[in-house]
Design a protein around this ligand. Structure first.
Ligand SMILES: *Cc1c(COP(=O)(O)O)cnc(C)c1O
Length: 431
Protein backbone atom coordinates (compact mmCIF):
# COMPACT_ATOMS: atom_id res chain seq x y z
CA UNK A 1 0.00 0.00 0.00
CA UNK A 2 1.58 3.26 -1.18
CA UNK A 3 1.33 6.24 1.14
CA UNK A 4 3.72 8.55 -0.72
CA UNK A 5 1.27 11.38 -1.21
CA UNK A 6 0.10 11.25 2.40
CA UNK A 7 3.73 11.34 3.56
CA UNK A 8 4.43 14.36 1.38
CA UNK A 9 1.21 16.10 2.38
CA UNK A 10 1.99 15.51 6.05
CA UNK A 11 5.48 16.96 5.71
CA UNK A 12 4.12 19.99 3.92
CA UNK A 13 1.34 20.48 6.47
CA UNK A 14 3.86 20.38 9.30
CA UNK A 15 5.56 23.44 7.82
CA UNK A 16 2.50 25.58 8.44
CA UNK A 17 0.22 23.77 10.93
CA UNK A 18 1.50 22.64 14.36
CA UNK A 19 2.04 18.88 14.05
CA UNK A 20 0.44 19.02 10.61
CA UNK A 21 -3.09 18.63 11.95
CA UNK A 22 -5.93 20.79 13.20
CA UNK A 23 -6.92 18.40 16.00
CA UNK A 24 -4.19 16.39 17.74
CA UNK A 25 -5.57 12.84 17.61
CA UNK A 26 -5.45 13.00 13.82
CA UNK A 27 -1.63 12.93 13.91
CA UNK A 28 -1.54 9.14 14.63
CA UNK A 29 0.92 9.83 17.46
CA UNK A 30 -0.13 6.88 19.63
CA UNK A 31 -0.04 4.33 16.79
CA UNK A 32 2.88 5.73 14.81
CA UNK A 33 3.11 6.12 11.07
CA UNK A 34 1.75 8.81 8.82
CA UNK A 35 -1.82 10.02 9.10
CA UNK A 36 -3.75 9.44 5.91
CA UNK A 37 -4.66 12.54 3.99
CA UNK A 38 -8.17 12.04 2.71
CA UNK A 39 -9.34 13.02 -0.73
CA UNK A 40 -12.95 11.86 -0.57
CA UNK A 41 -15.35 9.39 0.96
CA UNK A 42 -18.48 7.50 0.02
CA UNK A 43 -20.78 5.43 2.23
CA UNK A 44 -18.58 3.47 4.62
CA UNK A 45 -15.40 4.05 2.61
CA UNK A 46 -12.62 6.61 2.83
CA UNK A 47 -10.19 7.28 0.00
CA UNK A 48 -6.74 8.69 0.68
CA UNK A 49 -4.68 10.93 -1.60
CA UNK A 50 -2.77 7.87 -2.86
CA UNK A 51 -6.01 6.32 -4.09
CA UNK A 52 -6.24 3.65 -1.37
CA UNK A 53 -9.68 2.70 -0.11
CA UNK A 54 -10.51 2.00 3.55
CA UNK A 55 -13.52 0.80 5.50
CA UNK A 56 -14.10 3.69 7.88
CA UNK A 57 -14.93 3.00 11.54
CA UNK A 58 -14.16 6.58 12.58
CA UNK A 59 -16.98 8.26 10.69
CA UNK A 60 -15.58 11.72 11.40
CA UNK A 61 -15.35 10.69 15.10
CA UNK A 62 -19.06 10.02 15.35
CA UNK A 63 -21.23 12.47 13.43
CA UNK A 64 -21.90 10.34 10.34
CA UNK A 65 -24.43 7.74 11.43
CA UNK A 66 -25.59 7.33 7.81
CA UNK A 67 -22.04 7.19 6.47
CA UNK A 68 -20.39 9.56 4.05
CA UNK A 69 -22.28 11.50 1.39
CA UNK A 70 -25.74 10.47 2.54
CA UNK A 71 -27.97 11.72 -0.25
CA UNK A 72 -30.72 13.12 1.99
CA UNK A 73 -28.31 15.10 4.15
CA UNK A 74 -26.39 16.33 1.14
CA UNK A 75 -29.55 17.44 -0.62
CA UNK A 76 -30.67 19.50 2.36
CA UNK A 77 -27.23 21.13 2.49
CA UNK A 78 -27.27 21.96 -1.22
CA UNK A 79 -30.77 23.41 -0.89
CA UNK A 80 -29.75 25.52 2.10
CA UNK A 81 -26.61 26.83 0.41
CA UNK A 82 -28.77 28.27 -2.37
CA UNK A 83 -30.41 30.56 0.18
CA UNK A 84 -27.21 32.01 1.64
CA UNK A 85 -24.49 30.74 3.95
CA UNK A 86 -25.16 32.73 7.10
CA UNK A 87 -27.45 35.54 8.22
CA UNK A 88 -26.63 36.27 11.86
CA UNK A 89 -30.38 36.37 12.37
CA UNK A 90 -32.85 33.70 13.47
CA UNK A 91 -34.25 31.16 11.01
CA UNK A 92 -37.26 28.82 11.25
CA UNK A 93 -34.96 25.82 10.85
CA UNK A 94 -33.40 26.45 14.27
CA UNK A 95 -36.78 26.25 15.99
CA UNK A 96 -37.61 23.06 14.11
CA UNK A 97 -34.36 21.37 15.16
CA UNK A 98 -34.80 22.56 18.77
CA UNK A 99 -38.33 21.08 18.85
CA UNK A 100 -37.13 17.76 17.45
CA UNK A 101 -34.45 17.35 20.11
CA UNK A 102 -36.68 18.52 22.95
CA UNK A 103 -39.35 16.00 21.92
CA UNK A 104 -36.87 13.14 22.24
CA UNK A 105 -34.77 13.97 25.31
CA UNK A 106 -36.28 14.03 28.81
CA UNK A 107 -35.13 16.94 30.92
CA UNK A 108 -34.52 19.15 27.88
CA UNK A 109 -37.18 21.86 27.83
CA UNK A 110 -35.17 24.59 26.15
CA UNK A 111 -32.10 24.29 24.02
CA UNK A 112 -29.47 26.57 22.51
CA UNK A 113 -27.45 25.77 19.41
CA UNK A 114 -23.70 26.35 19.24
CA UNK A 115 -20.94 25.28 16.86
CA UNK A 116 -18.87 22.74 18.82
CA UNK A 117 -19.15 20.29 21.69
CA UNK A 118 -16.53 22.30 23.53
CA UNK A 119 -18.75 25.35 23.45
CA UNK A 120 -21.76 23.31 24.53
CA UNK A 121 -20.15 21.90 27.68
CA UNK A 122 -18.35 25.13 28.53
CA UNK A 123 -21.60 27.09 28.32
CA UNK A 124 -23.57 24.41 30.18
CA UNK A 125 -21.12 24.62 33.06
CA UNK A 126 -21.25 28.40 33.20
CA UNK A 127 -25.02 28.20 33.35
CA UNK A 128 -25.00 25.44 35.96
CA UNK A 129 -22.67 27.48 38.14
CA UNK A 130 -24.90 30.52 37.81
CA UNK A 131 -28.01 28.50 38.60
CA UNK A 132 -26.55 26.72 41.62
CA UNK A 133 -24.59 29.80 42.68
CA UNK A 134 -21.67 27.50 43.44
CA UNK A 135 -18.31 27.51 41.68
CA UNK A 136 -16.92 23.99 42.05
CA UNK A 137 -17.64 21.21 39.59
CA UNK A 138 -17.09 17.47 39.54
CA UNK A 139 -15.89 15.64 36.46
CA UNK A 140 -14.77 12.04 36.00
CA UNK A 141 -11.29 10.78 35.28
CA UNK A 142 -11.13 9.66 31.64
CA UNK A 143 -14.19 11.62 30.49
CA UNK A 144 -13.59 14.23 27.83
CA UNK A 145 -15.82 17.26 27.48
CA UNK A 146 -13.92 19.38 24.98
CA UNK A 147 -10.98 21.66 25.67
CA UNK A 148 -12.27 24.52 27.83
CA UNK A 149 -10.03 25.40 30.80
CA UNK A 150 -12.32 24.12 33.55
CA UNK A 151 -12.53 20.71 31.89
CA UNK A 152 -8.87 20.16 30.95
CA UNK A 153 -8.28 18.84 34.40
CA UNK A 154 -7.12 15.40 35.45
CA UNK A 155 -7.01 13.51 38.72
CA UNK A 156 -3.46 14.58 39.56
CA UNK A 157 -2.50 12.98 42.85
CA UNK A 158 -5.59 10.78 42.92
CA UNK A 159 -9.32 10.77 42.52
CA UNK A 160 -11.80 12.60 44.73
CA UNK A 161 -9.53 15.61 45.11
CA UNK A 162 -9.21 18.93 43.34
CA UNK A 163 -7.72 18.30 39.93
CA UNK A 164 -4.51 19.33 38.25
CA UNK A 165 -4.41 21.09 34.90
CA UNK A 166 -4.01 18.43 32.22
CA UNK A 167 -2.57 21.00 29.85
CA UNK A 168 0.02 23.74 30.26
CA UNK A 169 -1.73 27.07 29.96
CA UNK A 170 -4.61 26.14 32.24
CA UNK A 171 -4.10 28.17 35.43
CA UNK A 172 -4.11 26.20 38.66
CA UNK A 173 -6.56 28.81 39.90
CA UNK A 174 -9.06 27.46 37.36
CA UNK A 175 -8.40 23.76 37.87
CA UNK A 176 -8.82 24.10 41.61
CA UNK A 177 -12.55 24.51 41.04
CA UNK A 178 -12.74 21.11 39.31
CA UNK A 179 -12.83 17.97 41.42
CA UNK A 180 -12.11 14.68 39.70
CA UNK A 181 -14.01 11.52 40.64
CA UNK A 182 -13.59 7.92 39.52
CA UNK A 183 -16.02 6.66 36.86
CA UNK A 184 -18.57 4.12 38.10
CA UNK A 185 -17.51 4.74 41.71
CA UNK A 186 -20.17 6.53 43.74
CA UNK A 187 -17.98 6.58 46.86
CA UNK A 188 -15.48 8.77 45.05
CA UNK A 189 -18.30 11.17 44.15
CA UNK A 190 -19.38 11.18 47.79
CA UNK A 191 -15.77 11.96 48.76
CA UNK A 192 -15.74 14.92 46.33
CA UNK A 193 -18.92 16.31 47.90
CA UNK A 194 -17.21 15.98 51.28
CA UNK A 195 -14.01 17.67 50.07
CA UNK A 196 -15.94 20.66 48.73
CA UNK A 197 -19.13 22.12 50.12
CA UNK A 198 -19.34 24.28 47.04
CA UNK A 199 -20.11 21.82 44.23
CA UNK A 200 -22.59 23.36 41.78
CA UNK A 201 -22.55 20.76 39.08
CA UNK A 202 -21.50 17.27 38.05
CA UNK A 203 -20.72 16.59 34.42
CA UNK A 204 -20.43 13.07 33.05
CA UNK A 205 -20.35 11.17 29.79
CA UNK A 206 -23.10 8.70 30.79
CA UNK A 207 -21.73 6.40 28.11
CA UNK A 208 -18.06 7.30 28.13
CA UNK A 209 -16.52 7.20 24.68
CA UNK A 210 -13.30 9.08 25.26
CA UNK A 211 -11.40 6.48 27.31
CA UNK A 212 -12.43 3.79 24.90
CA UNK A 213 -16.06 2.77 25.28
CA UNK A 214 -16.97 2.49 28.97
CA UNK A 215 -20.67 2.78 29.85
CA UNK A 216 -21.75 3.91 33.28
CA UNK A 217 -23.74 1.40 35.33
CA UNK A 218 -27.42 2.27 35.57
CA UNK A 219 -27.41 2.14 39.36
CA UNK A 220 -24.36 4.38 39.41
CA UNK A 221 -26.23 6.98 37.34
CA UNK A 222 -29.24 6.65 39.64
CA UNK A 223 -27.05 7.18 42.69
CA UNK A 224 -25.43 10.14 41.00
CA UNK A 225 -28.86 11.66 40.38
CA UNK A 226 -29.76 11.23 44.06
CA UNK A 227 -26.49 12.70 45.22
CA UNK A 228 -26.86 15.75 42.99
CA UNK A 229 -30.39 16.29 44.32
CA UNK A 230 -29.17 16.02 47.90
CA UNK A 231 -26.43 18.58 47.34
CA UNK A 232 -28.36 20.90 45.01
CA UNK A 233 -25.93 20.30 42.20
CA UNK A 234 -26.88 20.40 38.53
CA UNK A 235 -26.41 17.04 36.78
CA UNK A 236 -25.14 17.42 33.21
CA UNK A 237 -25.13 14.46 30.84
CA UNK A 238 -22.58 15.12 28.14
CA UNK A 239 -24.12 13.24 25.23
CA UNK A 240 -22.09 14.97 22.54
CA UNK A 241 -20.95 11.53 21.42
CA UNK A 242 -23.66 9.18 22.71
CA UNK A 243 -26.66 11.33 21.80
CA UNK A 244 -28.44 9.82 18.77
CA UNK A 245 -25.54 7.31 18.62
CA UNK A 246 -25.97 4.84 21.49
CA UNK A 247 -29.69 5.02 20.81
CA UNK A 248 -32.18 7.60 19.57
CA UNK A 249 -32.32 8.91 23.14
CA UNK A 250 -28.66 8.40 23.95
CA UNK A 251 -28.26 6.99 27.46
CA UNK A 252 -31.96 7.61 28.06
CA UNK A 253 -32.57 4.63 25.80
CA UNK A 254 -30.92 2.50 28.50
CA UNK A 255 -32.15 4.03 31.75
CA UNK A 256 -34.69 6.49 33.08
CA UNK A 257 -32.33 8.81 34.94
CA UNK A 258 -33.25 12.36 33.93
CA UNK A 259 -30.42 14.89 34.06
CA UNK A 260 -30.89 18.65 34.57
CA UNK A 261 -28.97 19.48 31.43
CA UNK A 262 -27.78 17.65 28.33
CA UNK A 263 -25.09 18.57 25.82
CA UNK A 264 -25.19 17.43 22.20
CA UNK A 265 -22.89 17.55 19.20
CA UNK A 266 -21.57 15.19 16.54
CA UNK A 267 -24.68 13.38 15.14
CA UNK A 268 -26.95 16.41 15.59
CA UNK A 269 -24.80 18.22 13.02
CA UNK A 270 -24.75 15.37 10.51
CA UNK A 271 -21.10 16.20 9.73
CA UNK A 272 -21.34 19.99 9.97
CA UNK A 273 -20.14 22.13 12.91
CA UNK A 274 -23.19 22.06 15.17
CA UNK A 275 -23.71 21.30 18.85
CA UNK A 276 -26.20 22.27 21.54
CA UNK A 277 -26.86 22.47 25.23
CA UNK A 278 -30.28 22.23 26.79
CA UNK A 279 -32.04 21.58 30.03
CA UNK A 280 -34.81 22.51 32.37
CA UNK A 281 -36.50 25.79 31.61
CA UNK A 282 -35.73 27.20 35.07
CA UNK A 283 -32.03 26.77 34.31
CA UNK A 284 -32.08 27.76 30.64
CA UNK A 285 -34.00 30.93 31.35
CA UNK A 286 -30.95 32.36 33.11
CA UNK A 287 -29.25 32.50 29.72
CA UNK A 288 -28.81 35.84 27.99
CA UNK A 289 -30.88 37.63 26.65
CA UNK A 290 -33.51 36.41 29.18
CA UNK A 291 -31.08 36.26 32.07
CA UNK A 292 -27.61 37.49 32.82
CA UNK A 293 -25.51 34.46 31.87
CA UNK A 294 -23.64 35.49 28.75
CA UNK A 295 -23.17 33.15 25.81
CA UNK A 296 -23.12 33.96 22.09
CA UNK A 297 -21.82 32.93 18.67
CA UNK A 298 -21.50 34.63 15.27
CA UNK A 299 -22.20 31.35 13.49
CA UNK A 300 -24.40 29.73 16.16
CA UNK A 301 -27.35 28.00 14.50
CA UNK A 302 -25.72 28.44 11.09
CA UNK A 303 -28.36 27.58 8.47
CA UNK A 304 -26.18 25.12 6.55
CA UNK A 305 -25.15 23.27 9.71
CA UNK A 306 -28.72 23.24 11.02
CA UNK A 307 -30.00 21.93 7.68
CA UNK A 308 -27.53 19.04 7.79
CA UNK A 309 -28.38 18.37 11.43
CA UNK A 310 -32.10 18.50 10.88
CA UNK A 311 -31.86 16.15 7.90
CA UNK A 312 -29.80 13.77 10.03
CA UNK A 313 -32.15 13.87 13.04
CA UNK A 314 -35.30 13.60 10.89
CA UNK A 315 -33.90 10.66 8.95
CA UNK A 316 -33.09 8.93 12.25
CA UNK A 317 -36.59 9.59 13.57
CA UNK A 318 -38.14 8.20 10.40
CA UNK A 319 -35.96 5.08 10.66
CA UNK A 320 -35.70 4.23 14.37
CA UNK A 321 -34.96 0.59 13.51
CA UNK A 322 -31.43 1.57 12.41
CA UNK A 323 -30.17 1.24 15.98
CA UNK A 324 -31.05 -2.45 16.21
CA UNK A 325 -29.42 -3.02 12.86
CA UNK A 326 -26.29 -1.03 13.81
CA UNK A 327 -26.03 -2.73 17.19
CA UNK A 328 -26.20 -6.14 15.48
CA UNK A 329 -23.39 -5.13 13.13
CA UNK A 330 -21.27 -3.72 15.96
CA UNK A 331 -21.86 -6.83 18.08
CA UNK A 332 -20.93 -9.07 15.18
CA UNK A 333 -17.75 -7.06 14.68
CA UNK A 334 -16.50 -7.18 18.27
CA UNK A 335 -17.44 -10.84 18.64
CA UNK A 336 -15.46 -11.53 15.48
CA UNK A 337 -12.47 -9.56 16.78
CA UNK A 338 -12.55 -11.47 20.04
CA UNK A 339 -12.75 -14.82 18.26
CA UNK A 340 -9.90 -13.79 15.98
CA UNK A 341 -7.69 -12.87 18.94
CA UNK A 342 -8.49 -15.98 20.98
CA UNK A 343 -6.33 -18.62 19.19
CA UNK A 344 -3.35 -16.33 19.75
CA UNK A 345 -4.14 -15.90 23.45
CA UNK A 346 -4.51 -12.17 22.99
CA UNK A 347 -7.02 -11.01 25.60
CA UNK A 348 -9.68 -8.62 24.37
CA UNK A 349 -12.42 -6.81 26.31
CA UNK A 350 -15.26 -5.64 24.13
CA UNK A 351 -18.29 -3.42 24.49
CA UNK A 352 -21.17 -2.24 22.30
CA UNK A 353 -23.77 0.47 22.81
CA UNK A 354 -25.96 0.91 19.74
CA UNK A 355 -23.71 2.04 16.90
CA UNK A 356 -20.72 2.55 19.24
CA UNK A 357 -18.17 -0.16 19.86
CA UNK A 358 -14.95 -0.50 21.82
CA UNK A 359 -12.25 -3.06 22.46
CA UNK A 360 -9.39 -3.09 24.95
CA UNK A 361 -6.33 -5.31 24.89
CA UNK A 362 -6.46 -6.29 28.55
CA UNK A 363 -7.40 -9.17 30.83
CA UNK A 364 -10.19 -7.68 32.89
CA UNK A 365 -13.40 -5.77 32.28
CA UNK A 366 -12.90 -2.01 31.99
CA UNK A 367 -15.06 0.10 34.31
CA UNK A 368 -13.00 3.24 34.71
CA UNK A 369 -9.95 5.07 33.40
CA UNK A 370 -7.50 3.20 35.64
CA UNK A 371 -8.74 -0.08 34.16
CA UNK A 372 -8.53 1.33 30.64
CA UNK A 373 -4.94 2.35 31.15
CA UNK A 374 -3.98 -1.22 31.95
CA UNK A 375 -4.56 -2.16 28.33
CA UNK A 376 -1.69 -3.02 26.03
CA UNK A 377 -1.32 0.10 23.89
CA UNK A 378 1.65 -1.42 22.03
CA UNK A 379 -0.57 -4.29 20.94
CA UNK A 380 -3.24 -1.81 19.93
CA UNK A 381 -0.72 0.14 17.84
CA UNK A 382 0.42 -3.04 16.06
CA UNK A 383 -3.15 -4.12 15.42
CA UNK A 384 -4.08 -0.68 14.15
CA UNK A 385 -1.16 -0.68 11.70
CA UNK A 386 -1.94 -4.19 10.46
CA UNK A 387 -5.59 -3.37 9.91
CA UNK A 388 -4.76 -0.12 8.14
CA UNK A 389 -2.47 -2.00 5.72
CA UNK A 390 -5.44 -4.20 4.91
CA UNK A 391 -7.76 -1.29 4.26
CA UNK A 392 -9.51 -0.98 7.64
CA UNK A 393 -9.50 2.49 9.18
CA UNK A 394 -9.88 2.20 12.96
CA UNK A 395 -9.63 5.10 15.41
CA UNK A 396 -5.92 5.69 15.93
CA UNK A 397 -5.87 5.29 19.72
CA UNK A 398 -6.79 2.61 22.25
CA UNK A 399 -8.80 5.25 24.08
CA UNK A 400 -11.30 6.10 21.36
CA UNK A 401 -14.63 4.60 20.37
CA UNK A 402 -15.42 3.00 17.03
CA UNK A 403 -18.56 3.70 15.03
CA UNK A 404 -20.57 1.68 12.58
CA UNK A 405 -22.86 3.40 10.07
CA UNK A 406 -25.90 2.39 8.05
CA UNK A 407 -23.78 2.16 4.90
CA UNK A 408 -22.19 -0.99 6.37
CA UNK A 409 -23.58 -4.50 6.04
CA UNK A 410 -22.77 -8.09 7.05
CA UNK A 411 -20.42 -8.59 4.12
CA UNK A 412 -18.34 -5.56 5.16
CA UNK A 413 -18.11 -6.79 8.75
CA UNK A 414 -17.15 -10.30 7.56
CA UNK A 415 -14.38 -8.80 5.46
CA UNK A 416 -13.11 -6.79 8.42
CA UNK A 417 -13.13 -9.84 10.70
CA UNK A 418 -11.13 -11.69 8.07
CA UNK A 419 -8.58 -8.84 8.10
CA UNK A 420 -8.45 -9.10 11.90
CA UNK A 421 -7.73 -12.84 11.72
CA UNK A 422 -4.85 -12.20 9.35
CA UNK A 423 -3.60 -9.29 11.47
CA UNK A 424 -3.50 -11.28 14.72
CA UNK A 425 -1.86 -14.13 12.88
CA UNK A 426 0.87 -11.85 11.58
CA UNK A 427 1.32 -10.19 14.98
CA UNK A 428 1.76 -13.61 16.65
CA UNK A 429 4.30 -14.63 14.04
CA UNK A 430 6.14 -11.36 14.54
CA UNK A 431 5.61 -10.35 10.92
C1 LIG B 1 -16.35 15.24 20.95
C2 LIG B 1 -16.79 15.49 22.33
C3 LIG B 1 -16.78 16.79 22.89
C4 LIG B 1 -16.18 17.96 22.19
O1 LIG B 1 -16.84 18.28 21.02
P1 LIG B 1 -16.08 19.18 19.91
O2 LIG B 1 -17.12 19.42 18.88
O3 LIG B 1 -14.92 18.35 19.43
O4 LIG B 1 -15.62 20.42 20.59
C5 LIG B 1 -17.33 16.97 24.14
N1 LIG B 1 -17.84 15.93 24.83
C6 LIG B 1 -17.85 14.68 24.34
C7 LIG B 1 -18.45 13.58 25.15
C8 LIG B 1 -17.30 14.42 23.09
O5 LIG B 1 -17.27 13.16 22.64
Amino acid sequence: MELLHSVNDFNEAKQVIPGGVNSPVRAFKSVGGTPLFISKAQGCHLFDVDGNRYIDFVQSWGPLIFGHCDSDIQKSVYDAIGNGLSFGAPTELETTLAKEIIAIYDGVEKIRLVSSGTEATMSAIRLARAYSQKDDIIKFDGCYHGHSDALLVSAGSGCATFGEPSSPGVPKDFSKHTLVARYNDIDSVQACFETSKNVGCVIIEPIAGNMGLVPADIDFLQALREMCDKHNAVLIFDEVMSGFRASLKGVQGYCDVVPDMVTFGKVIGGGMPLAAFGGKDEIMRLLSPLGGVYQAGTLSGNPIAVSAGLASVCKIKANPQIYTHLETLAQKLVTGLKEAAKPHKIPLQTCVRGSMFGFFFCDNAVRNFDDAQKSDTQMFAKFHRKMLEKGVYLACSQFETGFVCTAMDDAIIDAVIHCAEKSFDEISKGI
